[in-house]
Each structure stands twice: as structure tokens, then as C-alpha cells.
Write a protein that binds this ligand. Structure first.
Ligand code: ATP
Ligand code: MG
Length: 417
């Protein structure tokens, strides 16, 4: 017997309400990104594995545990993208866009990570993201946070999120901090989780955002990164905070918010939520001044963020409203053909028309109501003979006879109300 065919564990179909929300989130993000002058880009969902392993680093969780990597029939080592920044940067360098700075990019699409599936955590999930290449840290970072905040507002989810920021400074500050931090962790090594003991030599900063109970205890009294920031890093962080206040964007500083990847520097931020259990990250971003050079391009300051569409969708309390249709309801064979013709014509002019394929008048009327139609255009023998239609407004029940040549104008009125 053949096995039942099912979606891959952790991959999910987007149907009904889910796909409506997905589309709404992407369309809203695209619209708001355009207000800020961001252009959309599409990069491939797979890249040579090096695009990710060289940038995310062989020590990162994503590369060591979560990446879908395979050899294709030509023998090339490829990976499904786990995130969007590395591919965007690869494209930036490959197309020689250095001369066109600043580059402002918006993207959306699927990402792939081999994780333990649960609510808000999938193996194929979708992200929207924004990247701003060119400007040094400061106002550009705030502009990106402003974009994120306006997006969360527009989606109606802002009140279920809170913004946390931190600075991991420049390399000099971080190198100093790393020494202090490793010193401290060495004194408490026996209390750290096994994972974190491994991170101690590879990536000690990552221990700070560990979710392990023992690690969290050790972290309580860990040295503070902000204490090790040098003058210029501190000034940049203070400027960002002042601008956030000017914009009225509420935030708090979380000293333990880090990105463990080497190419990150200065600002790190995250819009988080209490509504999704352990999946508390909704929109995560930061400055990655070191990435371009690390990938073989000229040093290029950059800042960006990415948000999980599924998590945004889980935070939305209601489905977005879609355009209400007008239903065409034929009575009799001749009218049926006339309605098919009329539907073609009206749809060609941009009206949303609902035309059921079969059923008697009352069945079709029920369907029209179920589809939240604004109105029903009823055409029977009599209407055909008189070149009129009966137009019923479904919200009020009001019914009137409309001349065929006036139908379009009447419908336009209805749609524009
Ligand atoms: P987490 O701590 O939840 O694993 P992360 O730090 O790995 O998140 P990023 O790599 O910063 O997340 O990705 C940006 C955003 O993408 C996150 O804020 C989250 O909304 C979303 N995201 C990350 N991983 C997943 C996943 N497996 N399924 C769904 N959404 C995800
Ligand atoms: Mg993760």
C-alpha cells in the first residue's frame, strides 16, 4: 500500500484565513516600506552554502544545527536560505551596487531552518525584512525602527509588542567586553549548561541570551556590555536613544540582547511579545557594518531587520477585511448566459464579481450573503426583456430596478460607499 502523502514536518500550507493574513502583512509591509523609499528585491531561496557558512560563521546555531544543506546533481554544495541578509549582501556585491549607495531594500519570502516545530516556530516559515546599506550608525538605525514601528501599528499588533534595544559597540569595545565576560564565565563554568560551556570559547556573547535556567542565573550578575563601550560607541548609542525619544517610540534597554555573529556591531533591537510563549521574538534587527567586507566587498555600513510573518499573524486579533463582491444571480438558462457575459465585462472594468456556478435563486442568494456581498444583481426573463436588472443592497434589503446602461454607475456608487 502506498504511504499517505503529507507536507514535510514543520512546513505548513497557507489556506483560508492564514493566506489572507499572510497577504495582508506582506502588502502592508510593502506599502509602508515604499513610504520610506525602500525597493523590493527577490533573491533565490537557495545559495551556495558558503554564502551562509562564511557569514553566519561555523559556530552559529543556524549553521551548525538548523541549515538545510544538500549536494545537487552537479556536485555543488547548496543550502536553502535560513535568513535573508546574507543573500541580499551577496547580491549587493555581485551586482556592484557600491556606487549606488544608499541602497534601501525590502524583501519577503520563505526561509528554512531545521528546528523543533511548535506554535510560531516552523521549518519553512516566512519573513519580511528591510536592509539599509550605506549610512553609518545613528539616524539610519532609527529610520529602520520607525519603519518597523509604523508597520506594527498598521497591522494593529503594536500593543502586544515591546521594543528592546542594546548596543554591542564596535570591535574594540566588544573585544574588551569578551575578555571580561569570559573571565566571569570561567569562574562559574560548572553552573553553565553544556551548550554554553561549548559557546565559551566559540561565541561567549551568545550565552547571554541563553534560555537555559542555569545560564539565566549565571547571567544575572554577568558584567555589562554597556560598561565596556568606548567613547564613539557610547555616543552613537546615546544619539539613537535621543532620536527614538524625539519620535515618541517607547523602548527599554536589555543588556542581554545580543547577536552572537561576528559581523554585528553597535545597535541590536528586537520587538518582542509576551503573547507567544517561548517564541517571544517578533521583529529582530541590528547593525552589521562588518558583513560586506567579510563577504568580499568593500567595507559598507549597514543595518536591517527581519520579522516572522507567522508570528505577526498570530498577534493579529482579526482577519483583514477583503473587498466585498457584488453577486450576479441569473434565473433561467438565458439569464445564465447573460450573467456570464456581464461578469466578464464588469470584472474587466475592475469590479469584484461573485458568480456561483449553479443552484436556484435562493441558494445563490444564500451564497452571496455568505460571501459578504454588497449587493446582488438579479436577472430573470422579465429583466432580460426590459433591459434592466434588479439590484438588491444586501445590508439594507433595499431593492430597485436599474436600467442596464446605468448598472455600472450604480455599482461604482455601491463600491465607493
Ligand atoms: P528565535 O530566538 O525565536 O529562534 P531568532 O533569533 O532565530 O528567533 P532571527 O534569526 O532573528 O530569529 O529571525 C527574525 C525573525 O524571524 C524572528 O524575530 C522571528 O519572528 C522569525 N523566526 C525565526 N525563526 C523562526 C521559525 N523557525 N519559525 C517562524 N518564525 C521564525
Ligand atoms: Mg532561532
Amino acid at each position: 500500500m502506498s504511504q499517505k502523502l503529507q507536507a514535510v514536518r514543520g512546513a505548513h500550507d497557507l489556506l483560508d484565513s492564514t493566506v489572507k493574513r499572510y497577504r495582508y502583512i506582506v502588502e502592508t509591509a510593502r506599502r509602508i516600506a515604499a513610504y520610506y523609499g525602500f525597493e523590493e528585491i527577490k533573491t533565490p531561496v537557495f545559495e551556495p552554502t558558503g554564502v551562509f557558512s562564511r557569514t553566519l560563521g561555523d559556530a552559529s546555531d543556524i549553521v551548525t544545527k538548523e541549515m538545510y544543506t544538500f549536494t545537487d546533481k552537479g556536485g555543488d554544495l547548496l543550502s536553502l536560505r535560513p535568513e535573508g541578509t546574507a543573500g541580499a549582501m551577496r547580491a549587493f556585491i555581485e551586482h556592484g551596487l557600491q556606487r549606488q549607495l544608499p541602497v534601501k531594500w525590502f524583501y519577503e519570502g520563505p526561509m528554512f531552518r531545521y528546528e523543533r516545530p511548535q506554535k510560531g516556530r516552523y521549518r519553512q516559515f516566512y519573513q519580511i525584512g528591510a536592509e539599509l546599506l550605506g549610512p553609518e550608525g545613528g539616524d539610519a538605525d532609527v529610520e529602520l525602527i520607525s519603519l518597523a514601528q509604523n508597520l506594527l501599528n498598521a497591522l494593529g499588533v503594536a500593543e502586544r509588542t515591546y521594543l528592546e534595544i542594546n548596543s554591542i559597540g564596535d570591535k574594540e569595545s566588544r573585544d574588551l567586553y569578551r575578555i571580561h565576560l569570559v573571565d566571569y564565565y570561567k569562574q562559574h563554568e560548572s553552573h553553565l549548561s553544556e551548550d554554553s560551556r561549548k559557546r565559551l570559547s566559540l561565541n561567549p556573547l551568545r550565552i547571554l541570551d541563553s534560555k537555559d535556567k542555569n545560564d539565566i542565573e549565571v547571567n544575572e550578575s554577568a558584567p555589562r556590555l554597556l560598561d565596556d563601550l568606548n567613547e564613539s560607541s557610547r555616543t552613537q548609542f546615546e544619539r539613537i536613544q535621543k532620536s527614538l525619544k524625539d519620535l515618541g517610540i517607547a523602548y527599554s534597554i536589555n543588556q542581554k540582547l545580543v547577536r552572537g555573529l561576528d559581523y554585528y556591531s553597535h545597535l541590536v533591537f528586537e520587538f518582542r511579545t509576551h503573547a507567544l510563549g517561548a517564541q517571544d521574538a517578533v521583529l529582530s534587527g541590528g547593525r552589521y557594518d562588518g558583513l560586506c567586507e567579510m563577504m568580499g566587498g568593500s567595507p559598507t555600513p549597514a543595518v536591517g531587520w527581519a520579522a516572522g510573518i507567522e508570528r505577526l499573524s498570530l498577534l493579529m486579533l482579526e482577519d483583514p477585511l477583503s473587498t466585498r463582491p457584488v453577486a450576479l444571480i441569473p434565473v433561467g438558462d438565458k439569464a445564465e448566459r447573460e450573467c456570464a457575459r456581464l461578469a466578464h465585462e464588469l470584472r474587466g472594468r475592475g469590479f469584484v464579481i461573485d458568480l456561483s456556478y449553479s443552484g436556484n435563486m435562493s441558494n445563490r442568494m444564500k451564497k452571496a450573503v455568505a460571501h459578504r456581498a454588497l449587493g446582488a444583481v438579479i436577472i430573470g426573463e422579465q429583466e432580460l426583456a426590459k433591459h434592466v436588472v434588479t439590484l438588491k443592497i444586501l445590508d439594507t434589503g433595499a431593492q430597485s430596478e436599474v436600467k442596464r446602461q446605468n448598472l455600472e454607475a450604480e455599482l461604482a456608487k455601491l463600491f465607493n460607499q
